[in-house]
Design a protein around this ligand. Structure first.
Ligand code: G6P
Length: 614
């Protein structure tokens, strides 16, 4: 959470910084701020509660000149979202300004010591403690800013990506990272700094990802230097970005979320490209093939993830157990990392994360690694922390996902999990050839099927109006579509703030059935599959109690049409791939209900796209 941006070069820094903040707003939007060193060496800080647009309004009347600066968009952890707690934070003498993404765990201890030494605090943030500590160390040791940062950070427990500028030094930004992402863009005689590459890509495609424990010394007219806390020089590994600027814009859609829902036929093509060879009847996920022996030795697979990625993981469990006959456990990363799980070197741990930065998932990876498991990552953001911490992996290649509610990443994750299960099943010889070929064919057909599903758009927009003022929803599904029901409920909660629960349809009678009345709509995924009849019975149970049913059915279905109140028809697809198809009408339903309610769809309250704190 929180997005940080920095610039030093020949351009006016403020427009670059503000544009960068807009790109990073998905990481948090409680407050925004900027620090600039103006031409006479003065250090100006402007900040404001609310979104970046508020900061821009406020800054209209301020002096925002200067060719060096840092900026921040906040997702509040310590201290309520207000102007005072907004970053950047000044040090006591107002000589240093800092921005920070992460959490300083021992901030209370450090703060008490600083107060004893006469320091005063304006905000409730852990970040202000950091900048005060750095100033204190610099003053008492009479050292350079870099040395002070190195010494101060050795005392800090927690996670950080920070950037600091110093009054009177219009040429230098010092930035450091531990467990929170940081990337430096290398332009021609200019540098960019950000939490991810999205603010950088329109200026340069050359970047250096800063590693944990490293400090970047970014100086005007000088080569970039990266050193460790112990002042050892690191070798620069310059990477080339493959992202394009059009991927970061709405392209005519009113919201990123709608754009991303509509991109899915194409993102599935990108996801399977080069991995399915129709002529050779082959699915090849190289991350699995390259580690064939290791995968074949696996006695168990554990999948760790959070949020939407956890729902994809549940589908992965069904796929892998069905085709590979390897036991799979799915864990919330946040629980896994804190409960002393049994992990053996024969286990494979799959970490699923769109951002590749989720703190709990990353910590789960580190834990599993320390116990000798082989780690496979399924991520979207190239070069992010999780893929860099894993032994092997597969990117989902769905392009930047900006809407806070995940859509195309979910279908990409399930597609990769399908390819992983097929690759492994074939390597193990645990899948019959006709079934393997059928699934391969279904994967290839998937983009066209998704185009068909998207034709439901207008109908769902109409239907959504019925539910604008509904207070509670229930989502039911069975088998592969149980996780899809969970995901549908999550989408609605996230962006419309309507309470929604996802449940396995058969479990309804063990509790949620008590909720059924004419007020609560029940969305049932009732596509034609091996347990279709059972799902139909569940719908009957709801109708018998006066409930309203919106059913997702397979095209041509008459049985459910006769009993449900509303139906949405989706094309026929093999059962294991059906959650990918059913997810889309549920995404659209949540989207339109949220729009009808006037919600901020792309940036729902209290959420952030990438949760880089515990
Ligand atoms: C946040 C986002 C969710 C996302 C979850 C996991 O809660 O709002 O949309 O599913 O994090 O994120 P990851 O990047 O690890 O998939």
């Amino acid at each position: 959470m929180c997005g940080i941006v920095g610039y030093v070069g020949y351009r006016e820094a403020y427009p670059v910084l503000v544009k960068g903040l807009h790109r990073l707003e998905y990481r948090g939007y409680d407050s925004a701020g900027v620090a600039l060193i103006c031409n006479d060496g003065g250090l100006n800080v402007y900040k404001s509660k609310g979104k970046v647009a508020e900061l821009e309004r406020y800054a209209e009347t301020q002096d925002v000149s200067g060719t060096i600066g840092i900026a921040h968009t906040r997702w509040a952890t310590h201290g309520e979202p207000n102007d005072v707690n907004a970053h950047p934070h000044f040090s006591e003498s107002e000589r240093l300004a800092i921005i920070h993404n992460g959490i300083v765990e021992n901030y209370a201890l450090l703060k008490a010591a600083l107060i004893e030494n006469g320091y005063t605090f304006k905000s409730c943030t852990d970040t202000e403690v950091l900048v005060q500590l750095i100033e204190y160390v610099q003053t008492t040791n009479n050292c350079t800013l870099l040395e002070a940062v190195q010494m101060a950070l050795r005392q800090v427990v927690g996670a950080y990506a920070i950037a600091i500028i110093e009054k009177g030094d219009p040429d230098r930004i010092i930035a450091a990272r531990k467990s929170s992402p940081l990337v430096v863009g290398l332009g021609n005689d200019e540098y960019f700094l950000a939490s991810d590459a999205t603010p950088i890509v329109e200026y340069t495609n050359k970047v250096v990802y800063i590693n944990d424990g490293e400090i970047a010394v970014i100086e005007r007219h000088k080569p970039l230097r990266v050193v460790t806390l112990d002042n050892e020089e690191s070798t620069l590994d310059v990477k080339k970005l493959r992202m394009s600027i059009s991927q970061l814009e709405k392209g005519g859609y009113p919201h990123f979320m709608l754009k991303e829902i509509f991109e899915q036929p194409k993102t599935i093509v990108d996801c399977i490209r080069g991995r399915i060879n129709v002529e050779a009847d082959n699915v090849i996920l190289s991350g699995v093939i390259d580690n064939r022996e290791r995968f074949l030795r696996a006695k168990r697979i554990i999948i760790v993830a959070c949020g939407t990625s956890w729902h994809a993981a549940l589908i992965g469990e069904y796929l892998i157990e069905e085709w590979c006959r390897i036991p799979v456990e799915v864990e919330y990363a946040s629980e896994f990392r804190y409960r002393n799980p049994v992990i053996s070197p024969d286990d494979i741990v799959i970490a699923i994360s769109q951002s590749g930065e989720t703190a709990d998932t990353l910590a789960a990876v580190e834990l599993a690694k320390s116990r000798g498991a082989f780690i496979f990552g399924i991520c979207n953001v190239v070069g992010s922390s999780i893929p860099r911490a894993t032994d092997s992996g597969a990117y989902i290649h769905v392009g930047p996902e900006i809407g806070v509610a995940s859509t195309k990443a979910f279908t990409g994750q399930v597609t990769v999990l399908t390819m992983l299960a097929l690759t492994l099943a074939r390597a193990k010889g645990s899948i019959e050839q006709p079934l393997y070929l059928q699934m391969l064919g279904e994967l290839v057909r998937l983009p066209d099927l998704l185009e068909d599903v998207l034709r439901l758009n207008a109908r769902i927009e109409d239907l959504s109006k019925i539910f604008t003022y509904t207070k509670n929803f229930l989502y039911l599904g069975r088998g592969y579509n149980y996780p899809a029901a969970l995901e549908g409920a999550l989408k609605l909660k996230e962006i419309s703030y309507i309470h929604a629960e996802g449940y396995p349809a058969a479990e309804m009678k063990h509790g949620p059935i008590a909720l059924i009345d004419s007020e609560i709509p029940v969305v049932v995924i009732a596509t034609t599959d091996s347990i279709y009849e059972k799902t139909v019975s569940n719908i009957q149970e709801i109708k018998a109690r006066g409930g309203k049913v919106l059913a997702i059915v397979t095209s041509g279905d008459q049985t459910v049409r006769n009993i449900a109140d509303y139906v949405l028809e989706v094309p026929t697809v093999a059962e294991p791939l059906s959650p990918i198809v059913s997810a889309i009408p549920l995404q659209l339903l949540a989207y339109y209900i949220a729009v009808n309610k006037g919600r901020d769809v792309d940036q729902p309250r209290n959420l952030a796209k990438s949760v880089t704190v515990e």
